[in-house]
Design a protein around this ligand. Structure first.
Ligand SMILES: Cc1cc2nc3c(=O)[nH]c(=O)nc-3n(C[C@H](O)[C@H](O)[C@H](O)COP(=O)(O)OP(=O)(O)OC[C@H]3O[C@@H](n4cnc5c(N)ncnc54)[C@H](O)[C@@H]3O)c2cc1C
Length: 258
């Protein structure tokens, strides 16, 4: 293992944070228990005092086919997974196109688009060195109880990559803002949409310093330049408070604040 300085004001998709020393885990290392693992930081808000951090090194960025299964290392970026499955005509990963992150982040978040989620196509995950079948891992909408660090996952191979499905799912992103964000800030409450509720309480476009609830899609917290963690947390608190008092709905954060 070795340490690396990562500047979260450029590394994280929402461009919030500062340089932090991050422990890089290499193959064969014992994974520390007292550090928080990060992937591509596409779903993170890093505070000025984050917990000690660690990250999987490029040793965990690989794809191989063995015994009829596709095995992917957890540090593999989604863009490279999509290129691989396109080239080898493998179905099921079409929804990962334009979904930024690493495989590890996708597994921890059960990331997906509409009905397509990573757990739907999953066979098993290697967690802290042990292969665990997906049926043994509690999971749901944007949630999976991994209970440790995922270092790789296996998927059944079905031929027939669909470019049509890929294009359809990419088109759903047309209403997403281009400003830096960490994706949807809140999970959608059962039968409703967080964006609709934030808009209904009048916060669409509402700004605090450099951060704002996007004009394009109200559930996206966007950084319009020099935004800070405190500004982001104030906007999150305000949306929660107003949606609770006007609609009686408790919004649950999808973004992970560290
Ligand atoms: C513009 C934009 C659009 C987005 N659209 C979508 C979307 O349509 N659907 C969707 O689901 N998400 C979406 N997201 C959110 C994000 O893409 C996903 O949550 C993605 O899976 C995060 O991956 P990451 O590697 O960046 O994880 P990080 O943000 O680094 O981490 C997220 C969580 O995963 C945990 N984690 C990371 N790696 C591991 C590992 N190896 N083992 C155990 N835990 C781990 C971290 O501890 C953290 O709790 C979007 C984000 C952006 C910026």
């Amino acid at each position: 293992m070795f340490t690396k300085t990562i500047d979260f004001s450029t590394y994280s998709s929402i461009r919030v944070g500062q340089p932090e020393e991050v422990l890089m885990i290499e193959r064969g290392d014992e994974i520390p228990r007292d550090r928080h693992l990060i992937g591509g930081a596409n779903n993170l808000l890093v505070s000025t005092t984050p917990p000690p951090l660690m990250m999987l090194s490029k040793d965990f960025a690989y794809i191989k086919e063995s015994a009829g299964l596709l095995e992917i290392g957890a540090a593999m970026p989604t863009g490279r997974i999509v290129s691989y499955v396109k080239k080898h005509d493998i179905a099921g990963f079409e929804f990962c196109a334009k979904l930024p992150g690493t495989l590890g982040g996708m597994l921890a978040m059960n990331a997906g688009v509409k009905a397509y989620e990573i757990f739907n196509i999953l066979h098993s995950i290697e967690i802290d060195g042990e292969w665990i079948s997906k049926d043994e891992i509690a999971h749901g909408y944007r949630y999976a109880k991994l209970g440790g660090v995922a270092t790789a996952a296996r998927f059944e191979i079905h031929r027939g990559y669909s470019q049509v499905l890929n294009e359809e799912l990419k088109a759903l992103r047309a209403n997403q803002p281009h400003d830096p964000s960490a994706g949807s800030a809140f999970k959608n409450p059962e039968g409703d949409s967080a964006g609709r509720l934030i808009e209904a309480v009048g916060l669409k476009g509402h700004r605090d310093g450099g951060m704002a609830w996007s004009e394009v899609h109200a559930n996206f917290l966007v950084n319009q330049g020099g935004g800070t963690y405190d500004e982001a947390m104030r906007l999150i608190g305000l949306a929660r408070e107003k949606v609770l008092s006007e609609f009686g709905v408790k919004l649950e954060l999808e973004i992970k604040a560290l």
